[in-house]
Design a protein around this ligand. Structure first.
Ligand code: MN
Length: 488
């Protein structure tokens, strides 16, 4: 895993003389060191840029260095923007324009023209902002004082989204079998996905997995069983079914590691040579950060892994989800999300139980073991990535997860219950209007702003359904988007 960092590039020019430039460089270093202590990734001060050549050099290096996940620019003084054009036009990494100022206050007694010439971010950042607008650059603009916590939180949030871009560029997805027959929304252009997101999506035969399973040893299964026992309550006598899931998990993880894949998909229609659809196996792999998509849905699988990475070191709760059924009682309207088996235990409130039940769908010879639990309460988002033909659209919806309002004792799968924004009916109409899938990534961790930032950096369409969204406004936005993306 690459240890990502962000480069701090400070704009200036030669007009001010040595003394001012020395002060700018010292302060930039001080700010980078301070921010590094507060932010999830180090900020490395690289250069006080005074010429086109210096800017070209630092941007060429940023593009080339794997550890550089993005650049943060700021203009302590005035930095004429024509010297930024060639560099910024070549920039291939995420860019944040940090509009800040070294000093918090205007010093009443001290301020004179020398002070003004040294501390003119208000002036310099506007010139710098113009060239970003003129170049139509996909930049993030964050304004505020660099020592303020809320400003640092916004920088941290953007950094995680930018790291998600870097992670995405290395994403490889292992598909066992093709998509579920006849399903449209899980399809997509894999060539375009690689061009936009960097995702390498390829297929492996189920037979390859079955052969790999035949090589798994009893000792390997015993070791994973110990891990299951430590993490979950075993609520079945059918230990053989759990051991079979362990064998599936070990075989899949070996193949994923061998091929450097961080996400996988499979389908219940293609289990030839296997006794059970991987349930517990897929769930435990997801808890380790692997993305998963059911029914061959490689888009949601890759996106799950990217969002898990973006939330790394926070609560980490991002998971493959499916809208299943509604509770349409007036005043108590909820969506119930689940999947046939595969819900990630990172969403669980309390300790998940391992259960075995009959599964009628697919070619299951034996009852598959799976984790059963209730999802946590709290604010979250659901995100869907669809292929509109010629472009991808990311749809984000704000939701409020609740403790399930009933026990559902005969439901043999993990379940999450939520209120969609702005309300179930409007939210549903908006979601359907935008073409959002039944498969989503649900996250208590990654925010709508981060996913919007990610979509901007990836240069894809993005819509966000919030508590304020109306169907009329959304329809208008989608119509405009359609025109815009045809012109792009
Ligand atoms: Mn599904």
């Amino acid at each position: 895993m690459v240890n990502y960092e962000f480069w701090f590039v400070v704009g200036s020019q030669l007009l001010y003389g040595e003394e001012v430039l020395k002060t700018v460089a010292e302060r930039a270093e001080e700010m980078a060191q301070h921010l590094s202590k507060k932010l999830p990734f180090p900020v490395k001060y690289k250069v006080t840029a005074k010429s086109s050549d210096e800017i070209n050099e630092v941007i060429k290096e940023a593009n080339y260095r794997d550890e550089c996940a993005g650049i943060i620019t700021w203009c302590h003084t005035f930095s004429p923007s024509k010297m930024w054009i060639n560099g910024l036009a070549a920039l291939q990494k995420p860019w944040c324009h940090f509009a800040t100022q070294y000093n918090r206050e205007i010093p009443n007694e001290e301020i004179d023209m020398d002070f003004m010439n040294l501390n003119q971010a208000a002036h310099g950042d506007r010139e710098h902002g113009f060239i970003g607008a003129r170049l139509r650059s996909a930049r993030k603009i964050i304004a505020g004082y660099w020592q303020d916590e809320d400003v640092q939180e916004r920088l941290a949030s953007w950094m995680k989204a930018a790291a998600g871009v870097a992670f995405s560029k290395n994403m490889r997805v292992m598909r066992f079998g093709d998509n579920m027959r006849d399903v449209a929304v899980t399809e997509g252009d894999k060539v375009e996905a690689q061009k936009k997101f960097g995702w390498q999506v390829n297929t492996w035969a189920t037979g390859d997995l079955v052969r790999e399973m035949s090589l798994v040893t009893e000792a390997e299964i015993d070791a994973l069983m110990d891990e299951y026992k430590a993490s979950y309550d075993i609520a079945t006598d059918n230990i053989d079914a759990i051991r079979y899931q362990a064998k599936e998990e070990i075989a899949m993880e070996k193949m994923l590691k061998r091929e450097k894949c961080m996400a996988f998909s499979n389908t219940f229609q293609d289990l030839y040579g296997m006794e059970q659809l991987p349930g517990l196996a897929s769930q435990h792999l997801m808890s380790k950060g692997y993305g998963y998509g059911g029914e061959g849905d490689w888009k949601v699988s890759a996106l799950t892994s990217v969002m898990k990475f973006m939330g790394k070191d926070s609560n980490g709760a991002s998971a493959f989800m499916e809208d299943y059924t509604y509770h349409l009682v007036p005043g108590s309207e909820y969506s119930l999300g689940a999947h046939m088996l595969e819900v990630c235990p990172s969403l669980a409130e309390g300790k998940p139980r391992i259960e075995t039940h009959h599964l009628g769908i697919g070619m299951n010879e034996k009852d598959p073991a799976r984790l059963v639990f209730e999802g946590k309460a709290g604010s979250a988002i659901v995100v869907s990535l669809i292929d509109m033909g010629g472009r991808f659209r990311l749809i984000i919806q704000d939701i409020e997860c609740v403790k399930p309002i009933m026990e559902m004792p005969n439901l043999p799968v993990a379940r999450v219950m939520w209120k969609a924004m702005p309300d179930l009916r409007t939210g549903l109409e908006c979601w359907i209007c935008a073409g959002g899938a039944h498969h989503t990534v649900l996250s208590y961790d990654v925010t709508a702003e981060q996913m919007t930032d990610w979509a901007r950096m990836m240069d894809i369409e993005c819509v966000h359904i919030t508590k304020d969204t109306t169907v009329e406004a959304l329809e208008r936005d989608l119509l405009v988007n359609d025109l815009v993306w045809k012109l792009k």
